[in-house]
Design a protein around this ligand. Structure first.
Ligand code: HEC
Length: 446
């Protein structure tokens, strides 16, 4: 059953990034004389070039004046629609601050827009600073198989393939994942990578079958290709214990915050979900990507990854909750208390959240209430399924057993004619919060 996945023994997830982006220097010139080199480039360097460079994931470069000028119109549109940069969490100070944020300040948005709409002048050439990629020290590499993705087609995956691969961590004792990175083999097609921890011997969501049996069956549907199709998680009906890696380009390597690590128990498998995006990549593509995990023998604090989706839970309690079709806004809300996961444990901190819905998802809100006044834990005004992210707070939230967590998902079902059921599949919906809590190891040992 996909239910309260706390499981003190094996949960956990992500941490803060090694390098927070520095503030963008103020624009040097007045709006009438904005230039690429003086005004636009400093912002591109901080917020865009990670992806918009030669060999990067984005379809064009912004590190060369001529290319950037050609895209001036598209830049204005993408900034206005907030499609770019890809950072869904509201980051204007009204709902937490995040480490390693790609969010663009309104001031920078204006500077770029003014530059692009006032002739996109060049200015005096200077060297471009391409973002550096700090490496994760002491990591163990796990490779996905060499794979040739093929677009699945249809409304929801026109240019995309979501494929899962199973990897054996090959450990004899418990290890703690204290950081991770993903090195895409062919960066232009790797849109995101999620790694789930799955117990192959545990019950799946199909009665009488283990996760291992379900995964074997899924693979058998296309035995001549590596892996199996998986849209929502580790594949339909596979019961996921934890999601320790949620990576999208631009994120860089992650070191879990609060000196914490996520337990990996011997016998568990890593299921790597890769979202290949083939738009603008005609012809045969092959990819072999590497998930790098830093594994420690002990950690001062244990990272606990909680997956909670009470919409999905209704599938299993005999009264599935269907979303009403044909509406621009249909909401589903749920709430829990920290004590549901940690009992009376004290000294628990909430370090981050990954919202997850499918393609009808529109808005997502999480409130965390330790007293009468709720604190905003996550706010998404424009969900984009294609950009999955774990968002880590700059400062963790202290929680107590009484702390209440409320989540509301807002879906757009305008193009549906039949009620939409929850589920892992492409056509179903989810209202999932993946939460990263940190607990002192000594507390857990008691
Ligand atoms: C994390 C990677 C990433 C970052 C950072 C990023 N982009 Fe993009 N950008 C992409 C990808 C990938 C696409 C192709 C469309 C897609 O897959 O969403 C894209 C598309 C675009 C487009 C075309 C939009 C369209 O409608 O096709 C523009 C314009 C753009 N980006 C501008 C920017 C600007 C300006 C910044 C910085 C403020 C930025 N991007 C930051 C990855 C990124």
């Amino acid at each position: 059953m996909f239910r309260k996945f706390i499981v003190l023994a094996s949960l956990a997830v992500l941490g803060a990034c090694s390098s927070d982006k520095a503030a963008t220097p103020p624009a040097a010139s007045t709006s009438s004389a904005l230039t690429y080199y003086d005004d636009a480039l400093p912002i591109f360097e901080q917020h865009c070039l990670e992806c918009h460079q030669n060999g990067g994931i984005a379809p064009f470069r912004l590190d060369q004046y001529a290319d950037a000028k050609l895209q001036a119109g598209a830049i204005v549109a993408a900034l206005q629609s907030r499609e770019m940069p890809p950072w869904a969490a509201t980051s204007d100070g009204s709902c937490q601050n995040f480490s390693h944020s790609l969010a663009l300040a309104d001031e920078d948005r204006q500077t770029l827009t003014q530059w692009a709409t006032s002739g996109a002048a060049e200015g005096t050439p200077r060297a471009v600073e391409l973002p550096s990629r700090p490496a994760l020290p002491d990591a163990t590499d796990f490779s996905t198989p060499m794979f040739s993705p093929v677009a699945q087609g249809g409304d929801l995956a026109e240019f995309d393939e979501y494929r899962c691969f199973m990897l054996d961590p090959g450990i004899d004792d418990v290890r703690y994942i204290t950081g991770y990175d993903v090195v895409p083999g062919t960066p232009s097609v790797i849109h995101h990578v999620l790694v789930s921890i799955v117990d192959p011997d545990a019950e799946s969501d199909l009665e009488g079958m283990t996760n291992g049996e379900v995964m074997t069956e899924l693979h058998a549907q296309s035995p001549d290709r590596e892996g199996w199709p998986c849209f929502g998680g580790a594949g339909d009906n596979v019961n996921v214990e934890s999601v320790p890696v949620a990576w999208a380009p631009g994120q860089g390597m992650v070191e879990y915050p609060g000196e914490s690590g996520v337990p990996l128990v011997p016998g568990r498998r890593l299921v790597v979900q890769v979202h290949y995006n083939l738009a603008g990549n005609p012809g045969a593509i092959t990819d072999q990507s590497v998930v790098r995990l830093r594994l420690a023998q002990t950690v001062p604090n244990v990272g606990v990854v909680v997956l909670e989706d009470q919409l999905l839970d209704t599938l299993f309690d005999g009264t599935p909750h269907a979303l009403e079709p044909g509406k621009p806004s249909v909401t589903y809300g749920w709430q829990t208390h920290v004590s549901d996961y940690f009992g009376s444990l004290s000294d628990v901190k909430l370090y981050g959240v990954m919202p997850h819905m499918h393609q009808r998802g529109h808005k997502f809100r999480m409130n965390v209430s330790s007293g009468a006044t709720p604190t905003c834990g996550m706010d998404v005004q424009q969900w984009d399924f294609h950009w999955q992210h774990m968002y880590f707070y700059s400062q963790p939230l202290d929680v107590t057993p009484d702390t209440k967590i409320d989540v509301t998902c807002d879906f757009d079902t305008s193009s549906d004619t039949a009620p939409v059921l929850p589920g892992w599949g492409t056509r179903n919906e989810m209202c999932l919060a993946v939460m990263y809590f940190v607990v002192p190891a000594a507390e857990l040992a008691q």
